[in-house]
Design a protein around this ligand. Structure first.
Ligand SMILES: *[C@@H]1O[C@H](CO)[C@@H](O)[C@H](O)[C@H]1NC(C)=O
Ligand SMILES: *[C@@H]1O[C@H](CO)[C@@H](O)[C@H](O)[C@H]1NC(C)=O
Ligand SMILES: *[C@@H]1O[C@H](CO)[C@@H](O)[C@H](O)[C@H]1NC(C)=O
Ligand SMILES: *[C@@H]1O[C@H](CO)[C@@H](O)[C@H](O)[C@H]1NC(C)=O
Ligand SMILES: *[C@@H]1O[C@H](CO)[C@@H](O)[C@H](O)[C@H]1NC(C)=O
Ligand SMILES: *[C@@H]1O[C@H](CO)[C@@H](O)[C@H](O)[C@H]1NC(C)=O
Length: 314
């Protein structure tokens, strides 16, 4: 039995609907075909890397980049990994997804790498290259897929650009052991997936931003050996998953915030060589998982015997 609605649909209307449906299918087919074209920029991604290489000082002398040549497929270059899709029994390259040149002795500037040409990078590891110089370009924020960023152990200078706040997928970020200056950007507070943050051993001035309260996944935080001032913000108490906290060798003042007792899983608390005052034991005695407490060279009053100041297995 035909419904009243169906009986109102004329054959002509049905034909038009069928035609539109077929057109939609056709459009979808064209679009899926078009996806690889969108990614066909592997060539332009490779061009950006070759350009970076050509800007490197004595680039011909950087042996690790000897495979970076136009006649070799970029996915076979040292340190480069790609994303593939299987098509008609053949692998088709979609995009360059990671750059790993850790400890390879490269000598060059980070800011001559055109990051805008590498939108699909999930991991960028240029760590442990003392010849890596220049600034962290604001375009770092365009790497929307980035999950791992390791630029430690170079001689990067300038500020940490506020666009790091765009790296919302990032889980590990190591910018430690460089010459970075300028305050810690408040935008770090947008990185709610961050598990590991190390910005130690730079010359970062200013306060620890209260926005760190948003880094609720964080388990490792090192801000040591900078030029940080002001108190440890009470917002630190929001970092419930923190296992390791190191703010040693700064110019921090104030007291240990009472919110520290929320850090139930904390195993390492390293505050040494600052100007932190007040009492310490009444707070840390609630940290039942603490294994390392290092608070010497501060302005604490009272009751922690010096024998406990560097403590293992509390
Ligand atoms: C990389 O090199 C291997 C071995 O030489 C080759 O089989 C493969 O096709 C190359 N990959 C690309 C994407 O050209
Ligand atoms: C850095 O790289 C050098 C080789 O260039 C290596 O000997 C050293 O162990 C590396 N350091 C770290 C921290 O990985
Ligand atoms: C970052 O790189 C350094 C030096 O290569 C390495 O020791 C460290 O483990 C890396 N950090 C992470 C989180 O992988
Ligand atoms: C960062 O994100 C903001 C807002 O989403 C956007 O306007 C800006 O262009 C982004 N910056 C970069 C470098 O991607
Ligand atoms: C902290 O997270 C909240 C909620 O996601 C957001 O509205 C706020 O802007 C974040 N704060 C900072 C400083 O990024
Ligand atoms: C660190 O801070 C102190 C006092 O605020 C200042 O005198 C010194 O120049 C700073 N050091 C660096 C390397 O910026």
């Amino acid at each position: 039995m035909a419904s009243p609605l169906a009986s109102k649909i004329s054959p002509a209307f049905a034909h038009i609907m069928l035609l539109l449906f077929l057109l939609l299918i056709l459009a979808l087919m064209v679009m899926t075909e078009a996806v690889p074209h969108h990614h066909a920029s592997v060539r332009s991604q490779a061009a950006a890397l070759l350009q970076w290489k050509s800007n490197m000082q004595g680039n011909t002398a950087t042996p690790v980049l000897s495979s970076w040549r136009p006649d070799i497929h970029p996915c076979n270059w040292t340190g480069i990994a790609c994303d593939y899709v299987k098509r008609q029994h053949a692998l088709r390259v979609l995009s360059i997804t990671s750059i790993t040149l850790e400890g390879t002795g490269l000598v060059g500037r980070l800011d001559t790498l055109d990051l805008l040409s590498l939108p699909d990078i999930t991991s960028l590891d240029l760590s442990n290259n003392s010849g890596l110089s220049g600034e962290i370009p604001p375009s770092i924020g365009s790497l929307k897929m980035l999950s791992n960023l390791n630029l430690s152990g170079g001689r990067l200078e300038g500020i940490i650009p506020s666009t790091v706040g765009n790296l919302t997928m990032v889980r590990g970020m190591c910018l430690n052991n460089n010459w970075l200056s300028g305050p810690i950007p408040e935008e770090f507070g947008k990185l709610s997936f961050l598990l590991h943050l190390d910005i130690s051993c730079n010359i970062l001035p200013g306060a620890i931003p209260a926005s760190i309260e948003n880094l609720t996944s964080l388990s490792y935080l090192s801000l040591s050996s900078n030029n940080l001032t002001g108190p440890i913000p009470k917002e630190i108490g929001s970092l419930e998953h923190l296992v390791y906290l190191d703010v040693a060798h700064n110019i921090l003042t104030g007291f240990i915030p009472s919110t520290i007792v929320n850090l139930a899983g904390l195993q390492n608390l390293i505050l040494k060589v600052n100007h932190i005052g007040g009492t310490a034991l009444d707070k840390v005695e609630h940290l039942f998982n603490l294994q390392v407490l290092n608070i010497h060279h501060n302005a604490f009053i009272g009751s922690i015997p010096s024998s406990l100041m560097n403590l293992f297995g509390l």
